[in-house]
Design a protein around this ligand. Structure first.
Ligand code: CA2
Length: 148
């Protein structure tokens, strides 16, 4: 049985599709979960969202303790400020894909310095909510390469 891929989403992403469609598009978080499940096929996934930093850290610990196959994480605003999430991710031995719906580098300077990028295997930004599918494809490929 393959090890599950964790898809962790940070604060405010539960509001996706309801505000600022010019930046984040019209897809809801439920649509995003569907994109991920479609791309993952039979590969098990754990799709989660929380507005709490502590909850996200606990889920990263869960991924470590259950030897998850990989983590795709959109830490949202925690990306730029959470040393605690960075420290938790450092303990995860598998592939990590940092994902952002918008191109954070095209935005205001407060969105430019990701702490999570320092530990991510790869970073994706600016492909819209559908980009989660690309992130899942990238993750499956990283897991496949690792198992060969
Ligand atoms: O582009 C992304 O995915 C972000 O991670 C989204 C974060 C932002 O802080 C990052 O810089 C880039 C913000 C998420 C806010 O979510 C909303 C959802 C619906 C409507 C408004 C905001």
């Amino acid at each position: 049985m393959s090890k599950p891929i964790y898809i962790l989403n940070g604060p405010n992403l539960n509001r996706l599709g309801k505000r600022e469609p010019e930046i984040y598009g019209k897809a809801t978080l439920a649509d995003v979960e569907r994109f991920c499940r479609e791309e993952a096929g039979p590969h098990p996934i754990e799709f989660r969202q929380s507005n709490s930093e502590a909850q996200i850290i606990d889920w990263i610990h869960e991924a470590i303790d259950t030897q998850a196959g990989g983590i795709i994480i959109n830490p949202a605003a925690f990306t730029f400020v959470s040393i605690a999430i960075l420290d938790a991710l450092k303990m995860f031995p598998g592939p990590i894909v940092e994902f952002h719906i918008s191109n954070i580098h095209k935005r205001e300077p407060i969105y430019h310095n990701s702490l999570v990028s320092k530990v991510a295997t790869g970073v994706m930004a600016g492909f819209g909510a559908e980009g989660y599918q690309l992130a899942m494809r990238a993750m499956l490929s990283l897991i496949e390469k690792k198992s060969r």
